[in-house]
Design a binder for this molecule. Structure first.
Ligand code: HEM
Length: 443
């Protein structure tokens, strides 16, 4: 067993300052300087960063019972947003919750959401005009929020989506700011954050009350229907689970789409190939979920985007008992970090790893990769419950939007990712809408 942890610079804080300063650079440096396991040290805690697909599979899948969700999900800031919902709980509580939420994500259920995806995207596009410049991230966040509310809760939140999105953004931004320095300390919320949470709770309570008053049929609200089917269900739990799904069910999909448009704007060759596929399959009509098997390149764009910009850039666990991983001791309480960002950009697994090449998903070569060289949705029992929903959603939305518009960015725009709770582009990036077929004004 390897027992000597490399001595990190930075005194008692260990690797924490480097991780806080620029987490993505830090991860890249670890991948460069260490072998398959990077032993790290944080105040009062040791940690292992796993860079090998087989070690990652062991922690997330094979030995999952020895690893629970990490300490940062127990911090006050995260609890305030997600409560004790499906993302944050462990053990029997988690198992009961997962069983309760699963029916909304059964394989036969997912295609039924396609019409809603298409209808709400069509509603958004009816407001879009060529020549407009738009904050695409905020448009995508609004659209995916409307989609998750309509499909899971049976609510059309067109009127409230702006306010719900803003309140969530405020809480996330407060977490992001704290996370850099004090994320693990049990600090009370700032006044701004407390106000946003109060507002969010009131909006969510109103959606639940609307359902109870008979606003939607249970089959139109599979998640909320299931949560409320038990008359003794604790109302606070229902509210926290609804907040969990509103947050987890929109943010990552919105980011995947935003990154896809930013990448396509910088890769005219890929954009042209996407346009050709959409044109030849759809011939000018809007796609439906039934077209998806005929849109392999569109799906490849989504997969490649999730490889380069995985919205959840870090997936962590805490060891519940002493063990050894990759030859290093992983004592009880050690933080075990896996990073889709670091592994999916590793030259060990992907040729030309930093380049955007959707074609790599079409030649069959990826089938030879170890399973956990690519894991944007995590893995094992805690794999994203919305994985199939999200793949269909992002592919169908990308097809619907890209068939009508080309989104143009400015080549000197800084699009460096910002690693907060999720991997975001810099806020407020604007893109210009050009109609398909019109000459390209910015490359
Ligand atoms: C591109 C979009 C998405 C990405 C990349 C993504 C990624 C992930 C990842 C990596 C995890 C596992 C985290 C861990 O193991 O610690 C996760 C969990 C989860 N995701 Fe997603 N997700 C996406 C979309 C969605 C959607 C659309 C929903 C719901 C409608 C959703 C709901 C959840 C929930 C509730 C969990 C916790 C599951 C559990 O622990 O049992 N996600 N997601």
């Amino acid at each position: 067993m390897k027992t000597t942890l490399s001595a990190p610079p930075g005194g008692w804080l260990g690797h924490l300052p480097a991780l806080q300063r620029d987490p993505l650079v830090f991860l890249a440096e670890c991948a460069r300087d260490y072998g398959p396991v990077a032993p790290l040290r944080f105040p009062a805690m040791s940690a292992l960063l796993l860079l090998d697909a087989d070690d990652i599979e062991r922690v997330l899948v094979t030995d999952h019972q020895n690893f629970v969700k990490p300490i940062w999900l127990r911090t006050a800031a995260v609890r305030r947003l997600l409560g004790d919902g499906l993302v944050t709980t462990d053990g029997d509580d988690w198992r009961r919750q997962r069983r309760q939420c699963q029916p909304a994500f059964l394989p036969h259920q997912i295609p039924a959401y396609g019409d809603t995806f298409a209808a709400l995207t069509g509603r958004m596009l009816s407001q879009w005009r060529r020549g407009q410049t738009r904050d695409v991230q905020s448009d995508m966040a609004r659209l995916t929020l409307e989609i998750v509310a309509r499909t899971m809760l049976g609510s059309d939140i067109a009127a409230q989506a702006g306010e719900i999105g803003e309140a969530m953004d405020t809480v996330m931004a407060c977490f992001g700011a704290k996370h850099r320095l004090f994320g693990l300390l049990p600090l009370p919320p700032s006044r701004r954050e407390a106000r946003a949470i109060g507002r969010l709770d009131a909006l969510v309570d109103a959606l639940i009350a609307e359902y109870r008053a008979g606003g939607a049929h249970q089959s139109d609200a599979p998640l909320l229907g299931s949560l409320l089917s038990d008359p003794d269900q604790d109302p606070a739990y229902v509210r926290e689970q609804v907040k969990t799904f509103l947050a987890a069910g929109h943010e990552s999909s919105a980011l995947a789409l935003t990154w896809a448009f930013l990448l396509l704007a910088r890769h005219p060759g890929a954009d042209a190939r996407l346009a050709r596929e959409l044109d030849s399959v759809l011939g000018g009509r809007a796609p439906t979920q039934r077209d998806l098997p005929d849109l392999p390149y569109t799906l490849a764009v989504v997969k490649e985007t999730l490889r380069l910009y995985p919205p959840l850039w870090m997936v962590g666990r805490t060891a519940v008992k002493d063990g050894v991983i990759g030859g290093f001791p992983a004592p009880r309480g050690a933080l075990i970090l896996t990073s889709p960002w670091a592994v999916q950009r590793s030259a060990q697994y992907f040729a030309d790893p930093d380049a955007f090449i959707p074609e790599r998903w079409l030649d069959g070569s990826q089938a030879r990769l170890p399973k956990y060289a690519y894991f944007p949705f995590g893995g094992g029992p805690r794999v994203c419950i919305g994985q199939n929903f999200a793949v269909m959603e992002t592919t169908l939305l990308l097809a619907t939007i890209a068939a009508r518009f080309r989104l143009e960015g400015s080549p000197d725009q800084d699009i460096s990712p910002w690693a907060t709770m999720t991997l975001r582009p810099p806020p407020g990036i604007l893109m210009r809408l050009a109609e398909r077929g019109a000459p390209r004004s910015v490359s």
